[in-house]
Design a protein around this ligand. Structure first.
Ligand code: NCD
Length: 341
C-alpha cells in the first residue's frame, strides 16, 4: 500500500521559501539598516536581495492569493500627508498579504489638523506598538526628519517626500524593467518630463546609475534641475536625442501642483514638444517599452493610445509589481525568525 509523504501545507511551503530570502547577505544587511529612506546608499547586494524577494513574492503570491503569516506579529501604519491612490493601497495590500495588521492614519481627521508635528504623530503610533511607519509628505526630508526623532527600533519607509525621494517606486520600476531585459546594465533609460519636481526621477537615478544603466533626462530647461548632470546622467531639452535608441522611456507627470506659474509656456506647447506617441517612438529601439509612475495626464505626457498599448506600455505591470516590491521591502525589514525585530 502506498503511504503519503509527510504533509506540508502549501502555505507552510510558501512561508518557508519566502523566509529563505531573508537569509542572504544582502537581505541581512538591508534588515540591519532598519529603514528605507531612499535608493541612494543601497548596496548592489541589498538591491539584488530586494529584487530577488520581489520575484519570489510575485511567483508565490500570483498563484496563491491567501495571506501568508510571515508578519502576523507586526503592525504597519501608513501616514499619508499627501494624496495617493497607488502607493497607499499597494502598501496596504503588501502588508496584509504578509499577515501584518495595518492602520491608516487619516490626516484630515487626526490631531495633525490641531498642529501636532509629524514627529509627535509618529511617536503616538509607535507607543501603540507599531513596527513600521510608511510615510508620505510634501516636504523633502520629512522621512529623514522622522528617523531622527524616533528612537525605538521601528522601520521608517519613505513613501515619497517632496521632490526628494520615492524609493519603492524606483525599485518597482527597476524590477519591471529587469523582468523585460534581465539586466539593466548598459540599457538606455530615458526619463521625460517634469524632472525638477520629481522624487520618482531622483530615486530612479540614484538606483539606475550605480546599476550601470545609461540614463538620459529630457525636460524643458525650466523643469530640469541645475547640476543634475553630476548624478551621472545625460541631459537633453529636446525629445529626439533623448529617446533615440532607448530601451525604456519613463514618462513623468506634469506636477502642476508643485510648479510656479511660468515654468512652461503652456501645456499645449509641452504637449507639442514632449508628448510621447507611437510616431515619436520610431527612433527608439524596436522593442522599446514605456513606463509611467501614475497618475498620468492622458494626452499631455503621452497619448491614450500609447498608454493603453499593452505591447509597449508597462504601466499596469508597474502597478502590479508595486505590491510585490513592497511585500519584499516589508518582509526584509520586518521579518525575523525569532519574532524580534
Ligand atoms: C508619484 C508620486 O506621488 O510621487 N506617483 C506615485 O507614487 N505612483 C508620481 C506623481 O505624483 O506624479
Amino acid at each position: 500500500m502506498l503511504t503519503n509523504p509527510p504533509e506540508t501545507s502549501p502555505s507552510q511551503e510558501i512561508n518557508q521559501s519566502l523566509a529563505e530570502f531573508c537569509k542572504t547577505d544582502g537581505a541581512k544587511k538591508f534588515h540591519r539598516q532598519r529603514h528605507l529612506l531612499d535608493t541612494g546608499g543601497l548596496s548592489q547586494e541589498e538591491v539584488q536581495a530586494i529584487l530577488d524577494t520581489t520575484k519570489s513574492a510575485k511567483h508565490i503570491f500570483s498563484k496563491n492569493k491567501q495571506p501568508l503569516n510571515l508578519l502576523n506579529d507586526k503592525i504597519v501604519a501608513t501616514i499619508f500627508y499627501e494624496n495617493s491612490t497607488r502607493t497607499k493601497s499597494s502598501f496596504d495590500l503588501a502588508a496584509r498579504n504578509l499577515g501584518a495588521r495595518v492602520i491608516h492614519l487619516d490626516v484630515t481627521t487626526s490631531s495633525v489638523t490641531k498642529g501636532e508635528t509629524i514627529g509627535d504623530t509618529a511617536k503616538t503610533l509607535v507607543a501603540m506598538g507599531v513596527d513600521a511607519l510608511v510615510q508620505r509628505h510634501s516636504s523633502s526630508g520629512a522621512a529623514h526628519q522622522l528617523q531622527s526623532v524616533i528612537a525605538k527600533p521601528i522601520s521608517i519607509i519613505n513613501a515619497g517626500d517632496g521632490w526628494n525621494a520615492h524609493p519603492t517606486q524606483a525599485l518597482l520600476d527597476l524590477f519591471t524593467m529587469e523582468e523585460i531585459c534581465k539586466n539593466i546594465e548598459g540599457k538606455k533609460v530615458a526619463i521625460i518630463g517634469d524632472i525638477k519636481h520629481s522624487r520618482v526621477a531622483r530615486s530612479n537615478i540614484r538606483l539606475l546609475v550605480p546599476r550601470g544603466a545609461d540614463v538620459h533626462l529630457c525636460a524643458p530647461p525650466t523643469l530640469m534641475p541645475e547640476g543634475i548632470a553630476r548624478m551621472g546622467v545625460t541631459i537633453h531639452d529636446q525629445l529626439s536625442p533623448a529617446i533615440d535608441n532607448a530601451d525604456f522611456i519613463m514618462s513623468l507627470r506634469m506636477q502642476t501642483e508643485r510648479q510656479q506659474d511660468g515654468l512652461i509656456t503652456s501645456l499645449e506647447d509641452y504637449r507639442r514638444l514632449y508628448r510621447l506617441d507611437h510616431n515619436r517612438l520610431k527612433t527608439a529601439k524596436p522593442a522599446v517599452r514605456v513606463l509611467h509612475p501614475g497618475p498620468m495626464n492622458r494626452g499631455i505626457e503621452l497619448t491614450s493610445e500609447l498608454a493603453d498599448d499593452l505591447d509597449i506600455s508597462l504601466i499596469q505591470q508597474q502597478v502590479t509589481n508595486g505590491i510585490y516590491t513592497r511585500m519584499a521591502v516589508l518582509l526584509l525589514l520586518l521579518f525575523s525568525e525569532d519574532g524580534t525585530r
